[in-house]
Design a protein. Structure first.
Length: 301
């Protein structure tokens, strides 16, 4: 018999994949959105089929109008479903603020082979505003099980003015297990002599974002991000494998942009957009350390 209504569809059979330890992001957004977007598309197909059937019976004008209305409505539903799945409402991870998530092509060196870059050496010492080190930056997302002893990055900084970061592997290249990446501490080669900041698990720093990116791109935003000092705590790691363009693996190595240091922000401040970050390491305050110690499985925390 002819279908005359569009009752709710049964729950989708597709199982939503679970992210790995270091998170999975936009690459699977379309898959995760199938439950909502797929149902919307199905409804369009049904409406279109009904309209085409009506056209064969002489209702061409009505059919065309119905198809256009259905397609427009479904397009909006599909777009909303995809965006809501990849970047939930209220999340810091807006599209423009998360251009290079872990697992994306932009984390590889090959992605930048033909790009117009602004290397770290071009930033200049005066631009670092008196801070000791310079780092490139990216963003991933808060995780429940970061490498610094399986800590929750959001809870580490909860109630404080700090931001949780994952320093590059080179900045914490001494591990309890002997190899990357569990409970990393700053190795003997880190420090001013090498230019690699000692940022092992439980180390903090203060610094400022600079209005410069390691690649050419137009500036946007109010500029308020550059007017305040930012405090960070190392709660995770950015391993070299899978992040070859950004995160050096060993002391002395530089990334694609010529920087020896890199921070992957779990949830950066508003208007963040891969800007250079000038900083100086320092001990963490008692409240941040207490948050870390209450969760971390690292023996030295």
């Amino acid at each position: 018999p002819l279908i005359t209504s569009l009752d709710p569809l049964p729950p989708p059979l597709l199982q939503q994949p679970t992210c790995s330890h270091y998170r999975c992001f936009v690459g699977m957004a379309s898959t995760l959105a199938m439950s909502a977007a797929g149902q919307a598309l199905f409804r369009v197909l049904v409406l279109a089929s009904l309209s085409l059937a009506g056209a064969r019976l002489g209702g061409g004008a009505l059919a065309n109008s119905t198809v256009r209305e259905a397609a427009g409505a479904a397009e909006s539903v599909v777009e909303d479903a995809l965006l809501e799945t990849a970047f939930p409402r209220g999340s810091e991870g807006a599209l423009v603020e998360n251009g290079f998530p872990r697992g994306s092509a932009a984390r590889s060196s090959a992605f930048w082979a033909n790009a117009s870059l602004a290397p770290a050496v071009a930033v200049g010492v005066p631009s670092t505003e008196g801070y000791e080190y310079l780092a490139t930056t990216t963003q991933y997302a808060d995780t429940c099980c970061a490498s610094c002893g399986s800590v929750d990055t959001a809870r580490v900084v909860q109630g404080t003015e700090y931001y949780a970061v994952a320093p590059a592997q080179a900045m914490q290249d001494s591990f309890e297990d002997g190899s990357c990446c569990w409970c990393g501490e700053a190795g003997a080669g880190t420090g001013r002599a090498s230019g690699v900041a000692p940022m092992g698990c439980g180390m903090c720093a203060r610094g400022r974002f600079l209005p410069k990116r390691p690649y050419d791109a137009p500036m946007s935003g109010s500029g308020k991000l550059f007017q305040k000092e930012i405090k960070i705590v190392a709660a995770d790691i950015c391993p070299h494998v899978g992040n070859e363009a950004w995160c050096p693996g060993h002391v002395g190595d530089t990334n694609t942009f010529g920087s020896k240091n890199h921070f992957d922000f779990a949830a950066p401040p508003p208007e963040f957009d891969n800007f250079y970050f000038a900083f100086t390491p320092e001990p963490c305050p008692a409240d941040v350390l207490q948050n870390l110690k209450s969760m971390s499985q690292c023996s030295f925390l």
